[in-house]
Design a protein. Sequence first.
Length: 306
Amino acid sequence: MTRIGRRLGRVELGSGSPQRSTPAQAERGSVTSVERAAQILHLFLPGRHSLAVTEVAAQLGIANSTAHRLLRALCRSGLLQQNQATKRYELSLLLYRLGNLAATTSDLHRAAFLPLERLHHATGEGCHLAVLDLPEVVYLERRDSDRTMHFLTRMGVRAPANCTSTGKVLLAFASAPTVEALLAAGLRRLTSRSITDATHLSEELGTVRERGYALSNEEGEVGTTSVAAPIRDATGRVVAAIGVAGATACMSRRSLARVVDLTLEGSREISNTLRASRRRIGAPDPSASRPEVSFPQDGKPALPRR
């Protein structure tokens, strides 16, 4: 058993006098404690950075004393820390380091690192790598824009999937149950252009599948236009999206067409690397041809009708 497992395994979930347990019972008790600890870690969400003992107890349906023992065990293991001023529990820097380690050692991160750097160098705009975690996308990697405008693409930051180009790409190639789960959760609105109608979103996802990339015209942030393309693993499944975000005023017809081209090139490069890493070299690339970017007479990007 791991060091953390041994520590958590000492937490007694029952009450009453200590009783001698069999090895099987002790093992089950350790597993239960680890599961409870994992449930506590899942309670931390964006906007909820700390927890009190009573909050943990209420959320998990356990006694305050049990919640306190589990929290103290997590602190001893280095996964949580207690704020001495507020007496509330917070995530530790150890979890931050483990999260970064997971990101930097994954096949996806290694495959995307150089293409993301090249995309940023070629466009000078904010570039990012995202995955789907319903009902949002999570940004795993990002490069800041060279311009004065800063976009909300810090690593680990989340955004509603229906409001971003990366989210629309991932939804377009997701399974029907995945999209249905998003619709059941409700479509959030960030700007007046956000897609919040199920029929409209379905039509938009169909368009994304047809052309092979997604556009977001101020749907997630006023003044920002973004482009995203799918990243496929060795089996051809879309597992992530690479995107570029820039000021709408700078996205002229010519510059946007170039950004779309570069984004598709980056997505193909990452996908090819993932295929090669799984010894699946030689499969045809369905996105090898460049989709055309269409523009109406006013010269602005052709986006779904409102």
